[in-house]
Ligand binder design. Structure first.
Ligand SMILES: [Zn+2]
Length: 472
């Protein structure tokens, strides 16, 4: 822990010692996704009320073997309500711990988000159950990991809301969810607070989608506010166009067919898998990408796709005529990975750190006929980043492997706004917004977006450290 981090932690701890103070100025504390892309969580305090924006798992806080422990720098029982932006685990994954540790209020989210966290958190409980089984046999303790009962309690606390329908949380707070165009059900949240007869507006973007990538809706234009809490994942970068994406995909798939190899695509279960499948089908139908059998090795994604079917009014219509198959067992996955004919295997594990992609990488990492195509952001310490690096070898499964597989990257599948999107989404709010605080980004991306927004005319743009507080 460095000195500045200590300083902010001390200030934060001192602040938290105060009882809820009716006269204190409303504030926002940035408790997660500060100078990083995971663990979204921000605490809003206004008079006697406390609200939590998101309650996500922080990738950096994982213990040995990826086991997460959740402790909160506040009393969960003191939180009035949670406003949840969407169902990715780095935004919702610690909700079961919040409830277990005393939170008893409502969790406001869209109906689709509620149905998606049902799948995501139950999958988390299943993983925890397996960890507990393993820890009993190895005498290591994973006690305290959330279970199916905690997930049931979390789902019971969810209050589904419609986009664009304001909800009164209490007499001092109103919220309104806007489509963030990131994944099914994702929302940016407008929070109107009344404090000592003063109206204060906070706009939390959540994760903002990219425009012009028809699958979910385009993200909502960001309105002016006293404080905009803005994600910054792809600050300073520009996504490939749909045409460039199709061309890159066609090249990678075409050359793999010529070598008689397999195409592996690692993709996150929620959002990315459905998006990549949609565009593979579309490009194959349009003749832009060579037709190949598509297999999906991702149990959770199959459940998530069922939820997508319930909300087809929020999505573009499915593409008919290009079939795909879910792989349902290890044996089936191995058989497809080792079959003689080329095929595409879309597998779980967006950054290759875990998930079903590892099963297939073991067969193909040193096979120069095959190709792995990354379609997601790869954190610097991930296996995906090792694959994209120039190093001829990679490390996983406790050993070093020759990296003879072809590696390709198709960037545009990101569910996040890029530099051009921020320009359009933020421009209108510039002159009438007091402050912007950037979250959910690596420091370099934050610096770029900070410069861009300042150039657009925003008066006060900064990237808070973890536990930093802004008073309103
Ligand atoms: Zn997200």
């Amino acid at each position: 822990m460095n000195v500045s981090h200590n300083f902010f932690q001390n200030v934060y701890n001192a602040w938290m010692k105060f009882e809820k103070n009716e006269l204190a100025a409303p504030s926002v504390s940035f408790l997660g996704a500060a100078q990083s892309v995971s663990g979204s969580m921000h605490l809003v305090q206004s008079g006697p009320h406390r609200y939590l924006l998101d309650c996500g798992v922080n990738r950096d806080d994982r213990g040995k073997n990826g086991v997460q422990s959740a402790s909160f720098p506040f009393d969960p029982a003191s939180i009035d309500a949670v406003f949840l932006s969407h169902a990715h685990m780095d935004h919702c994954g610690n909700l079961p711990y919040l409830i277990r540790q005393g939170f008893r209020g409502p969790i406001y989210c869209t109906h689709a988000t509620r149905d998606l966290i049902d799948v995501m958190l139950n999958d988390g409980a299943r993983i925890n159950e397996n960890r507990n089984r393993f820890s009993h046999s190895s005498r290591r303790s994973n006690q305290g990991l959330f279970d199916y009962d905690d997930v049931d309690d979390t789902l019971d606390a969810c209050v589904g809301v419609e986009y664009l329908e304001p909800v009164a949380v209490n007499q001092d707070a109103q919220i309104c969810f806007h489509d963030a165009g990131h994944i099914l059900g994702s929302a940016s949240i407008a929070i109107d607070l009344l404090h000592l007869n003063r109206e204060i507006q906070i706009y939390f973007t959540g994760d903002l989608g990219r425009r012009g990538l028809p699958f979910v809706a385009d993200p909502t234009i960001v309105p002016p506010a006293d404080l905009i809490i803005c994600e910054s994942t792809y600050g300073g970068r520009v996504h490939d166009s749909l045409e460039q994406m199709a061309t890159k995909m066609a090249q990678a798939i075409g050359s793999t067919i010529e070598r008689n190899g397999k195409v592996l695509i690692p993709a996150f279960s929620l959002g990315r898998t459905q998006l990549v499948l949609h565009y593979l089908q579309q490009w194959m139908t349009e003749g832009l990408v060579p037709k190949l059998p598509i297999f999906i090795d991702n149990f959770v994604a199959s459940e998530i796709s069922q939820v997508h079917d319930w909300y087809d009014d929020l999505l573009v219509p499915e593409i008919e005529g290009v079939p795909f198959e879910w792989l349902e067992s290890d044996e089936e996955a191995t058989q497809r990975s080792l079959q003689s004919d080329p095929c595409i295997i879309l597998a779980s594990g967006g950054m290759c750190d875990g998930g079903r992609i590892l099963h297939h990488l073991r067969y193909h990492i040193d096979d120069p006929r095959s190709t792995i195509i990354t379609v997601s952001f790869q954190a610097p310490d991930s296996l995906g980043a090792q694959l994209l690096s120039r190093s001829p070898r990679v490390r996983f499964d406790g050993r070093i492997w020759n990296k003879w597989i072809e590696v390709a990257e198709v960037k545009g599948f990101s569910g996040h706004a890029d530099q051009n999107d921020f320009d359009v989404l933020m421009r209108d709010a510039a002159s009438a917004t007091s402050r912007v605080r950037l979250v959910h980004g690596e420091p370099e991306a934050m610096r770029s977006l900070q410069q861009q927004l300042t150039h657009l005319g925003f008066a006060d743009v900064a990237a808070p450290r973890r536990n930093e507080i802004v008073y309103l």
